[in-house]
Structure formats: structure tokens, C-alpha cells
Design a protein around this ligand. Structure first.
Ligand SMILES: NC(=O)c1ccc[n+]([C@@H]2O[C@H](COP(=O)([O-])OP(=O)(O)OC[C@H]3O[C@@H](n4cnc5c(N)ncnc54)[C@H](OP(=O)(O)O)[C@@H]3O)[C@@H](O)[C@H]2O)c1
Length: 253
């Protein structure tokens, strides 16, 4: 019997990158998986096809987490199409532009706060009736090592992730009585399109592979290495774990 058979998961940003790897990992464990993506329909279609090949039910929904109407529609579609929700993974995310506070447009701050914190707050809220109906529910927030480090030129992203973690910690305490586990996974640099853009913008490195030799264990963290931590947190093995922040950075910070 697959570990997650009978459970339904929704992964935002599940079309590619870390969210894509999480979606596949949960599907491998037997969950029915819905993914939400913003605009890359092709990537979403490929990830759904890869999950369907594993023999599970898989669906993709276009929904921007920073648009409340999209979140409402997504919640209604998950309820009517899948009938339940046991696992919610917030992985949708964007990077900020790398400017100083002095040079940052307030609209960028609002955008990052919306994608990383205000949107996940709203989406979680509208999905709570489904999550509370499950015997055990899990909510995972994919944050970043940036909280606690706060490097310069990162304020919009760091603010978004700090607010996301505040949401996670408060939600964990509020929803424990409903059988819900809420945890944060905080990766360092991960080999995704965002990671690739990050090393180009902040280190002037064209190919993320150049970072392998400088990274813990001789390689940049893969999306699958983050996904396996999510897989653990939503499993029976983590039945007494909630309100935790698990760092996945090879011990860098
Ligand atoms: N990569 C890293 O080094 C790293 C490190 C620490 C933390 N993280 C965090 O990990 C998460 C995943 O990052 P990643 O590296 O996998 O990024 P990625 O490869 O760029 O993928 C981003 C995913 O998020 C979706 N997305 C972006 N904005 C969205 C929105 N407004 N609504 C719905 N979906 C949206 C994208 O969908 P479309 O393709 O349709 O736009 C895509 O599926 C993010 O929260 C990021 O902050 C990443």
C-alpha cells in the first residue's frame, strides 16, 4: 500500500522547480496531486503527464496565488473535482530584483509580499474547511534560508519569506486542534530556474554547475533533495512533528 494512497495534495508552483519535484514525490507515494501554476502551461502539462505515468490522478489549475479571485476559484475547483484536501504545499515563488531599499519600487515590495505571504494566507484560509475535514492534514510552506540571514539587496524577498514564516508558525498553533500539521522547509540555493537566475544576478555565474565544487557534498542542492524533506514531513514518520522549520542547505548557515 502506497504511503499516501487516498490522500489529496495541492502544490502551488507545482509545475516546475521545487514544487514540481514535490508534486512528483507525493505522486510517487500514491497521493492524488493537483498543481497550481501561474502561466507556464507547458511545464504544468508535462508535470501532470509525469504524475499520471505513475498511475495516480493528477490535475493542473492555472491560478496565481497573489490573485484572491484565482485562489477562490482554485479552492472551489479542488473541492468539486477532488472532494477533499489533505496536503497543501505552498511552493509558488518569485525572486526580487536585487536592489537596495533606497532603490526599490514600493510596487515590488507589494508584489513579493502578495506572492509569498498575503496570497498563501488567503489560499490557506479558503482551503481550511477542506483541511479541517481531513483526519490529518499537512500544510508546508517553502520558505528560504534568507530569514535569519537577511543579506543586503534582498528586502522584498526577505520580507515576503519572513511574513510567510510568521503565518506558518501562527497557523500551526491555531490548527493543531483540528489535526493539522504545519511546517516550514527552508532551502538554500537549489538547482532550479530561480536558482540559476539567482547565481547569474548575484554572483555573475552563468552556469549553476560552476557552484557544485563550492557547495556542501560537492553539488548544489537538487529540487528532489528538498522534495524528500517535504515527503518526510507529510508522512506517518512525522506524525508528531509540527510548527518546525527545517533548513535544507547542507549546513551552510
Ligand atoms: N531555487 C532556489 O534557490 C530557492 C531557494 C530557497 C527558496 N526557494 C523557494 O522555493 C520556491 C520554489 O522556487 P523554485 O526555485 O522552484 O522556482 P521556479 O523554478 O522559478 O518555479 C516557480 C514556480 O512557482 C510558480 N509561480 C510563480 N509565481 C506564481 C504565482 N504568483 N502564482 C502561482 N504560481 C506561481 C511558477 O509557475 P509559472 O512557471 O507558471 O510561472 C513555478 O511553478 C519559491 O517559493 C522560492 O522562493 C527557492
Amino acid at each position: 500500500m502506497s504511503a499516501l494512497a487516498g490522500r489529496v495534495a495541492l502544490v502551488t508552483g507545482g509545475s516546475r522547480g521545487i514544487g514540481g519535484a514535490v508534486a512528483l514525490a507525493l505522486a510517487e507515494d500514491g497521493a492524488t496531486v493537483a498543481i497550481a501554476y501561474r502561466r507556464d502551461e507547458d511545464a504544468a502539462r508535462k508535470t501532470v503527464a509525469a504524475m499520471a505515468e505513475l498511475g495516480v490522478e493528477a490535475r493542473a489549475y492555472q491560478a496565481s496565488v497573489d490573485v484572491p479571485d484565482d485562489c477562490d476559484r482554485l479552492a472551489a475547483d479542488v473541492a468539486s473535482d477532488l472532494g477533499r484536501l489533505d496536503i497543501l504545499v505552498h511552493s509558488a515563488g518569485i525572486a526580487s530584483r536585487g536592489n537596495s531599499v533606497a532603490d526599490t519600487d514600493p510596487a515590488e515590495v507589494a508584489r513579493l509580499m502578495n506572492v509569498h505571504a498575503i496570497g498563501p494566507h488567503h489560499l490557506t484560509r479558503v482551503l481550511l474547511p477542506l483541511l479541517r475535514a481531513a483526519d490529518r492534514a499537512d500544510v508546508i510552506f517553502v520558505s528560504s534560508v534568507i530569514t535569519g540571514v537577511y543579506p543586503p539587496f534582498s528586502a522584498p524577498y526577505a520580507m515576503g519569506k519572513a511574513a510567510m514564516e510568521a503565518l506558518a508558525h501562527t497557523l500551526a498553533k491555531e490548527e493543531r486542534a483540528h489535526g493539522t500539521h504545519v511546517n516550514i522547509v527552508a532551502p538554500g540555493l537549489v538547482d532550479t530556474e530561480m536558482g540559476q537566475r539567482l547565481v547569474r544576478a548575484t554572483m555573475g555565474v552563468e552556469d549553476i554547475r560552476e557552484q557544485d565544487a563550492l557547495s556542501p557534498y560537492g553539488h548544489v542542492c537538487s529540487p528532489e533533495e528538498v522534495a524528500s524533506v517535504v515527503r518526510f514531513l507529510v508522512s506517518d514518520a512525522a506524525s508528531y512533528v509540527t510548527d518546525q522549520r527545517l533548513v535544507v542547505d547542507g549546513g551552510t548557515f
